[in-house]
Design a protein around this ligand. Structure first.
Ligand code: PGA
Length: 252
């Protein structure tokens, strides 16, 4: 049985004051009996969030939005997986569409980052998703299938175990448009089938989460779908009430 998971991706938002308030509000009413919860602040707030979580009895876990594919050394501005895990992070996003599109991260780099995360024991959350044009051209499966297969082929089934795959249609990120539960389920089903080419155990165990304008009022329907095991939440995770409500839906 796969456990649901909700991940808040705060992107480049927040100040020391606002992040402190947000984490404390989420901790105050946290759930967690049936669904895991990770918060991914910006790098500069990772230590702050780590300290707040450590000083609470909360079961909320820490994540990060990206990492370097390098281990250490002269890579100005980069942050290594080791640094993140040293601060208590347990998970890291790799290949978010904003990194792919705005920072030109290609599949091979995403694979390197995936391996770098694994090397230090971080759970990689591999993000895949198609653009509006690719969807209109009927290329969704081709695009997300390739994004997933590259990692499976590069890293092998052993390294895939225990990871999370996030389906995030690019046209739904930050736009207010959400894939319908049926559209999301269709792609999740396809991703699980793709994983089963590697092994049926891997397909059964891997958590496939949806991202793209997930809100309190559409989360339940998404989580009801057979192959949706949680959500990666951007905008709505900056609002404690919205985020808690999504987490609560994932508990059912
Ligand atoms: P959104 O972002 O919820 O604001 O659409 C999701 C994401 O980018 O992970």
């Amino acid at each position: 049985m796969r456990r649901n998971v909700v991940i808040g991706n705060w992107k480049m938002n927040g100040s020391v004051a606002s992040v402190t308030t947000l984490v404390k509000k989420i901790i105050a009413r946290g759930f967690g009996e049936k669904a895991d919860c990770f918060l991914c602040p910006s790098f500069v707030h990772v230590k702050l969030v780590s300290d707040i979580l450590n000083n609470s009895s909360s079961n909320i876990e820490l994540g990060a939005q990206d990492l370097s594919e390098q281990i250490e050394g002269a890579f100005t501005g980069e942050v290594s997986g080791e640094m993140l895990s040293d601060l208590g992070a347990g998970l890291v996003l790799v290949g978010h569409s904003e990194r792919r599109q705005r920072f030109d991260e290609k599949n091979y780099l995403v694979a390197e980052k995936y391996k770098a995360a694994r090397a230090v024991g971080l759970i990689p959350v591999l993000c895949v998703g198609e653009t509006q044009i690719e969807r209109e051209n009927g290329e969704t499966e081709k695009v997300v299938g390739q994004q997933l297969r590259v990692i499976v082929e590069e890293c092998g089934s052993e390294l895939m175990k225990g990871s999370i795959v996030a389906y995030e249609p690019i046209w739904a990120i930050g736009t207010g448009l959400t894939a319908t539960p049926e559209q999301a389920q269709a792609v999740h089903g396809f991703l699980r089938e793709t994983l089963s080419e590697c092994s049926s155990a891997l397909a059964d165990e891997t958590r496939l989460i949806y991202g793209g304008s997930v809100k309190a009022d559409n989360a339940t329907q998404l989580f009801e779908q057979r192959d949706i095991d949680g959500a990666l939440i951007g905008g709505a995770s900056l609002d404690a009430e919205q985020f808690l409500s999504i987490w609560e839906s994932a508990e059912r």
